[in-house]
Design a protein around this ligand. Structure first.
Ligand code: ZN
Length: 176
């Protein structure tokens, strides 16, 4: 029973942490630099982004509203100077014509934060799509933290099992 409550607490805590903010008055506060890209559709200087070379497994969420946008499995090296993804999490990213009349802008489907631009048919990956995303528009949530929790849960379950086994052994010993 105690383990059950413990797991329930973990699930609740995890959900709370990655909850998407739907109410625009409650969006995460942005710094001036973040605002310049996310609100005013600026572009961070190429080669400088925090996640450009990030190869860890996890999920990239929206800096402003926490909506999950990209999985690390979709990230690839394009050497264009910005993090590149060849797919988005389903329905997470919206494509709109850029005001420059040439490119296609990508924005968060939930809060409409500017992410970057999408390019097709460049031949980088099998999917032939490149989401060119500003690191500053994203927050990376590593998978390992979830796995750590899971392994802890399994460990707890195992030690509980061991305790029961020892108890049974002692009982058997006593019955003799
Ligand atoms: Zn968003």
């Amino acid at each position: 029973m105690r383990i059950f409550i413990f797991i329930l607490f973990l699930v609740f805590f995890q959900n709370l942490k990655s909850q998407v903010i739907m109410d625009s008055t409650k969006y995460n506060k942005l710094t001036k630099e973040e605002e310049a890209v996310i609100v005013h559709k600026g572009t961070e200087f190429p080669g400088t982004g925090k996640y450009l070379k990030n190869k860890k497994k996890g999920t990239y969420i929206c800096k402003r509203c926490n909506a999950p946008l990209y999985k690390s499995e979709s990230k690839f090296d394009s050497h264009c100077g910005w993090p590149s993804f060849d797919d988005e999490i389903k329905n997470a990213v919206l494509r709109i014509p850029d005001i420059d009349g040439r490119r296609t802008e990508i924005i968060c489907n939930n809060c409409k934060a500017h992410l970057g631009h999408v390019f097709l048919n460049e031949g980088f990956t099998r999917k032939n799509i490149r989401h060119c995303v500003n690191s500053i528009s994203l927050v990376f949530v590593e998978d390992d933290k979830k796995n750590d929790r899971k392994s802890k849960e399994t460990k707890n379950k195992k030690s509980e099992q061991k305790r029961v086994e020892i108890k049974n052994d002692t009982k058997r010993e006593q019955d003799k």
